[in-house]
Write a protein of this length. Sequence first.
Length: 233
Amino acid sequence: MKRILVCEDEASIRAFVVINLKRAGYDVVEADTGEQALKLYQQADGPVDLALLDIMLPGIDGLEVCRRLRESSPGIGIILLTARTREEDKVGGLMMGADDYITKPFSPAELVARVEALYRRIASARTEQGAGYLEEIVSGEFVLNLRTRTLKKAGQPLDLTQVEYQIMEYFFSQADMPLTRTDILRRVWGGEYYGDEKIVDVNIRRLRMKIEENPSDPQHILTVWGRGYKWSA
Ligand code: CA
């Protein structure tokens, strides 16, 4: 069963989201505050695969819920709901560990497509994990473990989200090759992704903070002007 936590304080939007996700086959856990979302997440009687979090909530906001969920569950998929005018929410949310965001207002088709795309990424990550490919890719002082889906730098594990891991896996498989934002978007987010390429830049910025000695002078994730990015060990 696919299970998703939905946190939205506006009852009409929540009802709209819930009915569409149920139609798409999800078991939906509903919360109207961030506090309730965290509580229900803890109490859920099975794994919660995804969380759909409105940012603007009474009490703790969706960004804080996102941060806490990500801290306790590196493998959960998190999508934020944001108002069209609030660009900074998107960047802030991705920095807090969200995988994607949906801008209000949105259609049922867009909602379901985005949720399904993230669910597929998470489910395929689990399958690969269970299938037991015992593979490591070594690149300089970095070791990417394809089975445990982890990255180590000089023997120290780096704390990556699933999306960040997938970007690194793509970089490692294409070392020293410039990859465009579109390449990265298609590979990591999937061909049917509705959003824009800015999400790639935000994830790269976050990865640099985790990987580089000096994120403002990156030595590994290099910007290729006019092209995109490339990995250099
Ligand atoms: Ca709200």
